[in-house]
Ligand binder design. Structure first.
Ligand SMILES: C[S@@+](CC[C@H](N)C(=O)[O-])C[C@H]1O[C@@H](n2cnc3c(N)ncnc32)[C@H](O)[C@@H]1O
Length: 205
């Protein structure tokens, strides 16, 4: 993803784990916030009772410690072995919350999540996968559940990050979700600054 000095990597499809493995192995992760974004802290601390959350494409999974500390039932998945290794190394005992799994595969079985937390996952996916992403999100979140997190708005062709047009995100999610909250993050990192929004989407029945 964007940065002033970009190391050279072998050509891989961002839809394959290898694309991400080489970057985690080289410790080149310019998308990594290195902690928990403030918008997530502000939102979660208003929720009265802990819920069950999925973090797809979790990368270093900094948010796992935060959710677990508040009593949430947290599952983080990533299909890159190097990302999972990094997350487990950072999380110590809490590393058991992180699983190597493809979001589009069947590893989650019939598990459903009252919250799915999105950060830098949709924009990591080639645009051709966006409709499948939206369908799977709607399947994983039962009525009354929520999709919460950060969305990267841009009209760039080259990525990742692959920016989405606001109208396209609405088109993907509006068959099953209503947008109920939106704000500008105060602590965006350089690659997303000025182009990301915190949003909360409520699943309809
Ligand atoms: C840009 S990184 C974001 C990581 C993390 N969410 C963060 O905010 O730092 C995108 C992550 O999504 C993972 N990923 C991409 N496609 C995936 C898929 N189909 N299933 C699971 N993980 C996937 C990559 O391995 C990578 O770790």
């Amino acid at each position: 993803m964007g940065s002033a000095i970009i190391p050279t990597f072998p050509k891989h499809d961002p839809a394959s784990p290898a694309f991400w493995d080489v970057r985690f192995d080289a410790a080149f992760t310019p998308w990594d916030q290195g902690g928990v974004p403030q918008s997530l802290v502000d939102y979660i601390t208003q929720i009265p009772a802990p819920k069950k959350v999925l973090i797809p494409g979790c990368g270093s999974a900094h948010e796992v410690r935060f959710f677990a500390g508040l009593g949430w039932d947290v599952t983080a998945i990533d299909f890159s072995p190097a990302a999972v290794a990094r997350a487990k190394q950072l999380l110590g005992e809490l590393g058991s919350h992180v699983r190597k799994a493809d979001f589009f595969g069947d590893a989650l079985g019939k598990e459903r999540f009252s919250t799915v937390y999105e950060r830098a996952f949709l924009c990591a996916l080639p645009k051709s996968l966006w409709p499948a992403w939206a369908a799977r999100i709607a399947l994983l979140i039962p009525p009354d559940g929520r999709l919460t997190g950060f969305f990267f708005f841009d009209n760039n062709e080259k990525g990742p990050p692959f920016g989405i047009a606001r109208a396209e995100l609405v088109e993907l999610l509006s068959p099953h979700f209503d947008l109920i909250e939106e704000s500008v993050p105060t602590d965006s990192i350089a690659v997303f600054a000025g182009k990301e929004r915190w949003q909360v989407w409520q699943r309809r029945a």
